[in-house]
Design a protein. Structure first.
Length: 366
């Protein structure tokens, strides 16, 4: 099968994240299975406009804002008639491929998360209001004209609020480090936060929760892992027992997460919450805010979700941590997610089934 995937970033992009890991893991498996796979993404400084990686082709053009226009232009010049399926991978802004793919190729969207509340954290007030209440609702209502694959129940429920009815949940994947790190847990009760130091991850809430929990868990300390624009300010304000490591290597991240007794997550929303899966695979349970994405990954990882308030996180931390200090949970296979082989196969089944369908609504069994 000939498959075109549209994503505003590829894994080489400096702003790439979990969605791009998902894309790369799936596409290289599709290519290895004999499918002709092309990824269209934004240009990256120092990377060629056209290259082959892990058996699939990457075409790059445009920037964060113009990649959508460039994808349509590339399709008109080079893509028409050469693909069976087009996957519109949506990161806030859809490509709306179902509106301009006009040669009989089937289109299907893949959505990791909606933006919603994050607009008010990441954008100036006027743009945030426009994006939250005008732009994103319009984009998602239009996207509802194409069948959609979503990576969590939370994303499916969010899309339904915007009028999408043909939404199928597909599995989220993870590949644990090999060999799996098994260092001894710390002698002192230790919590860890792992994520970019940005407002929508709410690192201040995590610090506040740990300080509150110390009245019940004496000596509790917190490790903060990750870079980001708030790092300098937060580290400069850090109270005793809160240590900032900045951005660390994957090896160091896994070592620190495995040595901690609990992982804390407080994002406004996520598509899934891959860091929760990572922690569970290392034998470190999570206490997370009960918000879209985090609730999906945390429940799958057998962790605890709490109302999105530092006081609620502190209360459950004080209740659960002593037992985890006495006896740490065993590492959970794939952290409660699925192997990438399973994810790629499940996603391909959905795409192949749709490719065989005549134009019109499609429903793939979850």
């Amino acid at each position: 099968m000939r498959i075109l995937v549209l994503n505003w970033r590829d894994l080489s992009h400096p702003a790439s994240g979990g969605a791009e890991v998902y894309t790369e893991q799936v596409l290289r498996r599709w290519a290895a299975a004999g499918h002709q796979v092309t990824l269209f993404a934004a240009a990256v400084a120092g990377r060629p406009a056209d290259e082959i990686r892990d058996g699939y082709r990457i075409v790059r053009a445009g920037n964060r804002f113009t990649v959508y226009r460039e994808a349509r232009r590339w399709w008109q010049r080079h893509g028409r008639g050469r693909f069976d399926v087009v996957v519109d991978e949506t990161n806030t802004v859809p490509f709306q491929a179902h509106e301009w793919v006009d040669d009989g190729a089937r289109t299907i969207a893949l959505v990791h998360q909606t933006c919603e509340e994050i607009w008010h954290i990441n954008a100036p007030p006027l743009l945030a209001h426009l994006g939250r209440y005008r732009l994103e609702p319009n984009w998602l209502r239009r996207l509802g004209g194409s069948p959609i694959l979503a990576v969590s129940d939370s994303t499916r429920e969010a899309l339904a609020r915007f009028g999408s009815h043909d939404v199928t949940v597909v599995p989220e994947g993870y590949e644990p480090p090999d060999p799996l790190p098994r260092p001894a847990k710390e002698d002192r009760p230790t919590a860890v936060f792992c994520g970019r130091m940005v407002n929508y991850k709410r690192p201040r809430d995590v610090i506040r929760a740990v300080l509150l929990a110390r009245t019940a868990v004496p000596g509790l300390r917190l490790w903060m892992l990750g870079g980001g624009p708030l790092l300098e300010r937060l580290s400069g304000e850090a109270p005793d027992g809160v240590e900032f490591f900045g951005r660390v290597s994957e090896q160091d991240k896994h070592d620190l997460m495995a040595r901690a007794h609990v992982h804390l997550a407080a994002s406004v929303r996520e598509g899934w919450g891959l860091v929760v899966t990572e922690a569970a695979a290392l034998g470190t349970p999570t206490i997370a805010y009960d918000v879209p994405g985090l609730r999906d990954s945390t429940r799958a990882a057998r962790g605890i979700v709490v109302p999105p308030r530092p006081e609620a996180m502190a209360e459950r931390l004080a209740q659960a941590l002593p037992a985890w200090v006495r006896r740490a949970p065993e590492p959970l296979p794939y952290g409660g997610a699925h192997s990438w082989d399973e994810v790629a196969a499940g996603l391909l089944t959905a795409v192949e089934r749709y490719a065989r369908c005549p134009r019109g609504p499609m429903r793939v069994a979850a």
